[in-house]
Design a protein around this ligand. Sequence first.
Ligand code: PGA
Length: 244
Amino acid sequence: MNLLIADNYDEMSRMAAEILINEVKANPSIVLGLATGSTPVGMYKQLIQDHRSNGTDYSQVQTVNLDEYIGLEKTDPNSYFRFMQENLFKFINIAEEKRHIPNGTAVDPHAEAERYDHLVQQLGGIDLQVLGIGQNGHIGFNEPGTPFSIRTHIVNLADSTRRANARFFDKFEQVPEHAITMGIANILESRHILLLASGASKADSIKRLMEGDISEIFPASALKLHKNATIIADQQALQLTQIK
Ligand code: PGA
């Protein structure tokens, strides 16, 4: 893994956006794997600003999101479909038919997982996968104990994940119990992985990622098996590691 150190969230976001924009310019029909959550929002803001100022073109880009809650309609304010509209898609020129997110209201979620997995393969796999990291080391919604060999699948969300995400909902009980997520195998097949981490709440997981063993108990450690994984972490996220 290659570590890039940022002073703070804003710098992390700028560094991540620069990498992504350069890859889009080098390969206008790139397949981008996108993530939700608080971490990539600043990077998305940078992409929007760059698109406005410099006209970076996304018309040939395909996007595949990592995951979606099961049971939330696309219009639900907490669906990841809606998140992507509000934080990125409304503002840059990715064609609607080239934006892909698992369907969280499919009648048969397992069949939807299979369809999504085939779709990613039909697109030729992911060129650049953006990731956040959970406090328990999850990537996408792959919770601790998930086999590294697993492809797109249905998960029972860990209680800690539901609690971490409850801040977006009125009540904890409203946080869905299940989600559909790309598996760790899909993530590892990406040509380049970009994991972002900011803030003290990620310090434990970044220490485990940088200094711990490769183990399915800590999903993000799978990135150590990848030959082109870049971590961008800020000082607060790095505060428990030896690296400064
Ligand atoms: P966050 O979530 O970006 O909201 O911290 C990251 C994750 O859970 O993967």
